[in-house]
Design a protein around this ligand. Sequence first.
Ligand code: TXA
Ligand code: MG
Length: 350
Amino acid sequence: METLVRTVNGEGPEEYYKEASKILKKDGLVAFPTETVYGLGGNALDENAAKKIYAAKGRPSDNPLIVHIANMQALEDLTSSVPKKAYQLAEAFWPGPLTLVLPKSEQVPLGTTGGLETVAIRMPNHPVALHLIAASGLYLAAPSANTSGRPSPTLAEHVLEDLKGRIEMILDGGMVEVGIESTIVDVTEEIPTILRPGCITKEMLEKVVGQVKVDPAIVSKQGAPKGRPKAPGMKYKHYAPKADMIIFSGEQDKVISEISRRAKEAVTLGKKVGILATEETKDLYKVGSVVSIGSREEEGSVAKGLYKILRDFDHMQVDCIFAESFEDDTMGTAIMNRMCKAAGYAMEQV
Ligand code: TXA
Ligand code: MG
């Protein structure tokens, strides 16, 4: 099929939103920007649409989809009960990069939830996403709009690269704001649990609802996951560039000299080397293709640049990637979670 690309903003053009809505109502697929990453949207209440989403992404069908909504009434429609803490979190962070896992209502098909009795719901903070949901009158199931296992798309071009010919339409709303996926919080138990870290941090959640736990199976700088993650998607290899990637942590000077040494070694062996550096360090490397991910002073810029850089390394056809690491605090937790997975947990302390 031909994949139409339509450039839109939150205001219009209305004809493109109508065109997209028509596709969605016939269980077709439309990719659209959210503030975190591009999503691959389909009608959340139509099992056929869910099947098409799994097929287009090459995604295992036990990996449930997040349902995107544009108003609070939808939260009631899609769930069988909403605990007080869920309302408090929704009020504090929606629209925004927070996904809540709640008991599903009858009308949400198991095809959308990967067979689970719970449903993940999020109200995105992006004018195009909100306009599309409202224009279609639907709830949109939308995983990240990448081929399963690849870095999530932060530009419409990334969606086209992965899904051209496999979906009906892409709404191009430019580069996303946040750059990594939403924080997922399970609110089905008394103490909420973070299933996937994102830019809404544990500290931010705790200010609103008190104690919050973290799923011990979440991958972090501390090492590979323990146990089976509660968010099924977190168990798969993810965000992976084509080249082998190693992350180096330790004192900055030592990291720079070790990466430089390894890069020289690899270049001598005829390999093409990519170095994932920062604004502060990029000029200190003398070999390899050095790319700055952003400034350490501003974690937001690092998050925003991560997936694009991983794809850029693919385009540069590097054989190996040597990466600096980031602090494992606040937003750094989410950044390191994605980087460790991209590297398949290849981490070295220097
Ligand atoms: O920022 C985001 O969340 C983006 C944008 C498009 O909204 N979406 C996104 O979706 O990252 P996806 O499908 O790539 O990741 C969804 C994650 C998976 O790890 C999945 O296992 C988990 O959410 N998930 C979905 N429903 C769940 C449920 N009922 N219980 C536990 N985990 C769930
Ligand atoms: Mg994803």
